[in-house]
Design a protein around this ligand. Structure first.
Ligand code: KG4
Ligand code: ZN
Length: 351
């Protein structure tokens, strides 16, 4: 079965082809991505209307590209999958509309996919795919969750953020430091030259005894610390400070976020008794997080799995993969009802 997947929930247009055979794990044939980051950077964040318009421009050329590079034609597609939510309503509608129009024109069924299920299952596209059951640490720009995953569609929420997501903590702290949107990867790069112990920043809820997260207080602490540094140095802005000082605050911020994610992941492994951890979502690309999780998991004899680096952030491959795995598991059937809707708010555990 050949699945064409379309992702358009936020600021990346992604299209991919995934092929599945009977009992075997579905495999990625081709994928293509257009990131709108450059376009939104001038505004310091995603402008929803611009995002929707750009998805409209990109989605069909990207579909042609993946069909060509996968050596397939539109007629070979058996199911058209799209991100149904959560995400920006207008952006989601573009992918859903195109997918359903293609499905109707080709006479093929369609399937709406949960964006976070896409992230969650994206490590199955890697060279070292996990096996069920596992604990999942889902860390994206909009979500921070720990889940027990027993199979496709069998997700139990163990804990989640009560305010900002880990990606938001990276991005908002980066913004305070004068870094461009989305600041997560830029903050991580700045942190490379810094001392992670230079500033004592809070680790919110680290010892709360449950698996919930909170990152809003960290952002405030970073703000206060940066203002102190600017005042002490007598400069106008954070980015006018000597680079080592900037790097120290970036490294300390990253260390606080990584430590909380690490400690809570270990607590979730202990609570469930599981010996396998899967990390997914954009923040899963963070090298410090990977280094520290790898070291801790090795100490504990826990296997840890990640998506390929280029599939950590939003992409079409994870949407096609999640659709293929849902169909293969018999959990869901694709539909010929092309009267689509989207779900901008859609908790994963409601699946
Ligand atoms: O999963 P994703 O592409 O989008 C959502 O579904 O939200 O995640 C994007 C988030 C952004 O907050 C971005 O700053 C963060 O992932 N991110 C990183 C890194 N790469 C992406 N954060 C820290 N370090 C990175 N290397
Ligand atoms: Zn995402």
């Amino acid at each position: 079965m050949l699945v064409l997947g379309i992702e358009s929930s936020c600021d990346e247009t992604g299209v991919a082809l995934v092929q599945s055979h009977d009992e075997m794990l579905p495999a990625l044939l081709s994928h293509a991505l257009h990131s709108q980051i450059d376009m939104h950077q001038a505004f310091g964040g995603v402008v929803p209307e611009l995002a929707s318009r750009d998805h409209i421009r990109r989605v069909l050329p990207l579909a042609r590209e993946v069909l060509a590079s996968g050596g397939r034609s539109l007629q070979d597609v058996d199911v058209v999958a799209f991100t149904r939510g959560p995400g920006l309503a207008g952006a989601l509608l573009v992918g859903a509309g195109v997918a359903c129009a293609l499905g109707a024109a080709l006479g093929r069924p369609v399937l709406g996919v949960h964006h976070l299920e896409g992230h969650l299952l994206s490590p199955f596209l890697s060279a070292d795919p996990p096996e069920f059951p596992f604990v999942a640490l889902l860390v994206s720009g909009g979500h921070t969750q720990l889940m027990r995953v027993d199979g496709v569609g069998r997700y139990e929420l163990l804990g989640e953020t009560i305010d900002d997501a880990a990606g938001e903590a990276f991005d908002k702290s980066a913004k305070l430091m004068g870094l461009a949107y989305p600041g997560g990867p830029l903050l991580a790069r700045l942190a490379q030259a810094g001392d992670p112990k230079a500033y004592a920043l809070p680790r919110p809820l680290m010892h709360s005894g449950n698996l919930d997260f909170s990152f809003a207080g960290l952002k405030t602490a970073v703000l206060v610390q940066s203002q102190r540094m600017v005042a002490a140095a007598g400069v106008g802005r954070f980015q006018d400070l000597p680079l080592p000082q900037q790097a120290d605050l970036a490294a300390s911020t990253q260390a606080a976020i990584v430590e909380v994610l690490l400690k809570k992941s270990v607590a979730a492994l202990k609570q469930t008794g599981l010996m396998r951890l899967v990390v997914a979502g954009g923040v899963g690309a963070n090298q410090q997080l990977r280094l520290q999780l790898n070291a801790e998991c090795e100490r504990r004899g826990v296997r840890v799995h990640y998506p390929e680096l280029h599939l950590c952030t939003d992409n079409g491959a994870m949407i096609a993969m999640a659709a293929a795995m849902r169909l293969q598991s018999g959990l869901q059937e694709a539909t010929r009802d092309y009267a689509f809707d989207v779900k901008p708010r859609w908790p994963l555990h409601a699946l």
